[in-house]
Design a protein around this ligand. Structure first.
Ligand SMILES: [Zn+2]
Length: 87
């Protein structure tokens, strides 16, 4: 779980499904497995778009469980928990 939290997220689609992709100018770069966007992890902390948050809550109200929502939206499970339980 800790490992997941420390991993960078894709600044393009906010997915946690990223892999190391060599280095650029001495810095570790990552490749997003979801949208194939390449990025450097410390390039600005990505924010999840509010629409994603609303979508997660909608799905939760429709009876989806947190794991399914996280997988569907490509977001980490703790993040979904936070969205649903903080108002
Ligand atoms: Zn992406």
């Amino acid at each position: 779980m800790e490992e997941t939290l420390r991993r960078p997220t894709c600044p393009h689609c906010a997915s946690y499904r990223v892999v190391k992709n060599g280095s650029v100018q001495g810095r570790q770069s990552y490749l997003c497995r979801r949208c194939y966007h390449r990025f450097l992890p410390d390039a600005k902390r990505p924010n999840h778009p509010p629409t994603l948050k609303h979508r997660a809550r909608d799905l939760y109200q429709q009876g989806w469980n947190v794991t399914a929502i996280a997988r569907h939206l490509g977001v980490a499970i703790p993040t979904v928990w936070k969205w649903i339980h903080r108002h």
